[in-house]
Design a protein around this ligand. Structure first.
Ligand code: SAM
Length: 408
């Protein structure tokens, strides 16, 4: 691959591309990089590269002519090398947001030319005439496009074969699969009282991979719910975890089971409402009140099931045959991460064969549950209720209860 950078500061860009990993790869001819001085292409005596903006306003604007001539020179050089016409990217604060997907796409071109603006920017006519795209590296304004072009060059060149020691090096990193990377640790095992997570010392690579995957998903869910939502949509749970020995579901029938269900319901609703409801409302979530509510629900056509692991109750779910609704899905904190929630949801859906597209509701603040539902084929259909602290005494935070429908 060949990268050209068109800039007022070619030395700055060149020194970056000559250092460290990229520098070594460049020395081995794993890619070609050329940094061009815009000033060298000026046709005026003073070698002036910019002028006042038409229409007034502060700052200066880069002329179209030297940039156009520089781009033509790059095109000629590429043609002489038998390369394709370079793909031209203008770095602008108003461009399309840059991400790993764009890096992967740009990495497939044989030649990419990055054009850096300065001052107030570049005469739009040269962008219109030569630009294949405009890219912004973030929602902030830099003094010049050099850092932006180096961000693009770095993220594209590291994807070129041989630049990183191992291909797995970049496949594991943040954003490769749409998720943020898991946390990394190196020696010593204990640093200032902080130990490395024990699983990483086991040598059991299956366990380590599972731990890293879970860390990646949790990090992304908490730090970048936007990315996580996209990831959920593109990674459906096609295979459910298998039921394990000692795990089973039982219909709530006995007095003791109603007590257990009420306790789990209270615990589950508390966990969901803790951050969005007032203390006054949370105080009402006693097992006694929840038991009354469950019994009332039973009168209205609901059936509840408890999940047992080796005879210990650690999850529940409810189904309503009348309405085709699923509710009260909850797994105790100790039993999470074993796929019990997804198995129970699948179980509940199959309990409603007369409703091929059942519904359930979930608070829009419950990102963990929303993610699971999305991955299992449930899609938002509407809003069941809005909880507004101005209007409802029990609401502490504005949130909505979404209706999701199973779409398969
Ligand atoms: N007047 C421009 C605006 O408001 O969008 C800002 C010009 S900026 C001071 C000068 C140059 O820095 C731009 O021409 C562009 O090349 C570069 N630049 C600034 N912020 C950038 C960003 N977020 N992404 C990419 N390039 C940026």
């Amino acid at each position: 691959m060949r990268i050209d950078i068109v800039t007022l500061f070619p030395e700055l860009c060149d020194s970056f591309l000559s250092a460290s990993i990229l520098g070594r790869a460049r020395a081995k001819n794993l890619f070609e990089a050329h940094c061009h001085q815009i000033r060298d292409y000026t046709t005026n005596k003073q070698k002036q590269t910019d002028d006042y903006p038409y229409g007034g306003g502060c700052g200066m604007v880069l002329y179209a002519q030297p940039i156009a001539d520089c781009l033509r020179a790059v095109q000629r050089q590429c043609a002489e090398q038998g390369r394709e016409k370079p793909h031209v990217v203008f770095l602008t604060a108003a461009g399309q947001p840059y991400n790993e997907e764009t890096a992967k796409r740009l990495a497939r071109y044989d030649a990419v030319t990055l054009v850096c603006g300065h001052y107030e920017g570049i005469d739009q006519r040269v962008i219109d005439a030569f630009g294949d795209e405009e890219i912004s590296i973030g929602d902030y304004v830099l003094t010049g496009g050099e850092l932006a072009s180096l961000v693009v060059a770095d993220s594209v060149l590291r994807l070129q074969p041989g630049v990183l020691a191992e291909e797995k090096g970049y496949q594991d990193e943040s954003y490769w699969d749409g998720l943020l990377e898991y946390p990394q640790y190196t020696r010593p095992e204990v640093w200032e009282g902080r130990a490395v997570p024990p699983v990483l010392l086991t040598g059991d690579h299956q366990k380590i991979d599972a731990w890293r995957g879970a860390q990646s998903r949790t990090r992304t869910r908490l730090r970048r719910p936007d990315l996580y939502e996209q990831w959920c949509d593109t990674h459906p749970l096609t295979e459910l975890p298998k039921w394990k020995r000692g795990e089973n579901m039982r219909l709530v029938k006995t007095d003791d089971q109603w007590d257990q269900a009420a306790r789990l319901f209270a615990e589950g609703r508390y966990a969901v409402c803790e951050k969005v409801s007032t203390a006054l409302y949370l105080d009402t979530l006693t097992p006694e009140n929840c038991r009354k509510e469950l019994l009332q629900d039973r009168e209205n056509g609901w059936a509840f099931y408890l999940h047992y692991t080796k005879n210990v109750v650690d999850g529940m779910v409810g189904v309503c045959h009348k309405t085709g609704r699923i509710s009260h899905l909850f797994v105790t904190a100790e039993s999470r991460g074993r796929g019990i929630g997804s198995k129970m949801l699948d179980f509940a859906r199959k309990k409603l064969p007369e409703h091929p597209n059942p519904t359930l509701t979930v608070l829009d603040t419950n990102i963990r549950a929303l993610a699971l539902y999305r991955r299992m084929g449930w899609r938002p259909e509407g809003v069941e209720a809005v909880y507004d602290p101005q209007k409802q005494p029990g609401a502490a935070v504005f949130c909505r209860e979404l209706i999701l429908r199973y779409q398969g």
